[in-house]
Design a protein around this ligand. Structure first.
Ligand code: ADP
Length: 414
């Protein structure tokens, strides 16, 4: 089955086409046929396209809105220009899988999209006003383009965290705010945490129930998840993706009174403060230089810059703090797993986060750690009691697999 995986944002559309079925899933033999991105939808859009190693293209096209971008993209994929031999017409795209950011309390797993599911996603817009409208537009556009006979599946960032127990998801604010406005921890990056947990247990030959780990997704957005017996039991992001770890441009945890203090002292509105915490904080805010970890580390190697050093230190300190907190709340774990652009590619950051965790039995093996860049494997020593792994994430693959499983009515193993 050829599955078109879509991640539709407000002005961008990321896509992949993945050939997969139940047998390929079992054999871990899914095939990525092509992938790419349309950015700056609404004007002269930039299209990046890749099929295998040989075909890599970047060009511009005037695309006024998301439906136009999707239409253009699908026409391109089915045309000879794309050089994707397996897809000659839209009929060769058998299903569409959508990344949907917020599924609220409604969706505990991926769902076959019908009118009721669409209404459910609409209902979650007030929980994720920045993300769900774009996701929804992507679904509507795909329905129009492919017609109702092509099945479409929604895969939610939040649904893996559906198993978080009440004491871990309840905020200590007046309870009616939960009742009235559904204010609670939901967590995000669920597809990524779920995927690396699956790869971890595949690498070690364990069952889902034997999976007791802490996963760190460290990219532009960052989150940590405590996974006990295969289930998410706590996570660092909250009602929105602003809570928790230090991120590229987001503050993560802070004293909530600061929101009003910034507003008063800087003469900003509440929503301007929210923008400041989402877009001008984190690594960028502390360093005053960039949100890009690779650039910060390169800067540090060249010369001493106090704020750059501090940004990296605060980032690692916060991650280690969550590791300790989750070890306590889940009663110990067997392994920590690093993923995301930083977690997959930076031995230095992995080392800095784990340094000082020897008390918990965690010892990083310097040479294994250095070698594990962009590939999956153990990075702790043989003697380490708490294991450490680097595992590249693949959210699109999991979306494609869920799409197949939901359509065929096969329960997914999470
Ligand atoms: P997103 O969350 O947008 O998907 P990514 O997962 O691609 O982002 O992560 C982007 C982050 O990963 C950036 O901060 C980037 O600098 C960082 N990164 C990528 N490669 C490296 C590297 N070799 N060393 C350190 N950081 C890296």
């Amino acid at each position: 089955m050829n599955v078109l995986v879509l991640n539709a944002g407000s002005s961008s559309l990321k896509f992949q086409v993945i050939a997969t079925d139940l047998e390929r899933i079992r054999q871990h033999q899914d095939q990525r046929l092509c992938k790419g991105e349309v950015e700056r939808v609404g004007g002269e859009a930039i299209v990046s396209f890749q099929a295998g190693e040989a075909v890599q293209r970047k060009f511009t096209a005037p695309l006024r809105d998301l439906p136009a971008a999707l239409d253009f993209l699908v026409r391109y994929v089915v045309s000879d220009k794309s050089e994707v031999r397996e897809i000659k017409s839209t009929a060769d795209i058998h299903a569409v899988g959508h990344r949907v950011v917020h599924g609220g309390e409604l969706f505990s797993e991926s769902a076959l999209i019908d009118d009721e599911v669409l209404r459910g996603i609409e209902d979650c817009i007030d929980l994720a006003p920045l993300h769900n409208p774009g996701n929804l537009q992507g679904i509507v556009a795909a329905r129009q383009l492919f017609g109702k006979d092509t099945p479409q599946v929604a895969v939610f960032d939040t649904s893996f965290h559906h198993t978080i127990p009440e004491p871990a998801y309840t905020y200590a604010i007046p309870y009616h705010l939960y009742r009235r406005h559904r204010m609670r921890r939901y967590g995000f990056h669920g597809t990524s945490h779920r995927y690396v947990a699956y790869r971890y247990r595949a690498l070690r030959g364990l069952t889902r129930e034997q999976t007791n780990i802490i996963t760190f997704h460290l990219g532009n957005g960052c989150s940590a998840t405590a996974i006990k017996e295969g289930n998410s039991v706590d996570t660092s992001m909250g009602m929105t993706p602003l809570e928790g770890l230090v991120m590229g441009t987001r503050s993560g945890d802070l004293d909530p009174a600061i929101v009003n203090l910034i507003a008063t002292k800087e003469g900003l509105s509440a929503s301007e403060v929210e923008t400041l915490l989402n877009k001008h904080s984190g690594l960028l805010g502390i360093s005053g230089l960039t949100n890009d970890m690779r650039e910060l580390l390169a800067e540090l190697r060249e010369h001493e810059d106090r704020r750059v050093r501090l940004a990296v230190e605060v980032f690692c300190y916060r991650a280690r703090k969550y590791m300790g907190a989750f070890l306590a709340t889940m009663g110990g774990a067997d392994a920590v797993v690093f993923t995301g652009g930083i977690g997959e590619n930076s031995p230095e950051i992995r080392n800095r986060i784990c340094d000082g965790m020897q008390w918990a039995g965690l010892e990083i093996d310097a040479s294994r750690n250095e070698q594990m860049i962009g590939r999956e494997g153990l990075i702790s020593t043989d003697a380490s009691k708490l294991l450490a792994y680097a595992i590249p994430t693949d959210e699109e693959l999991l979306i494609a697999r869920d799409t197949v499983r939901v359509i065929l009515g096969e329960p997914h193993p999470s």
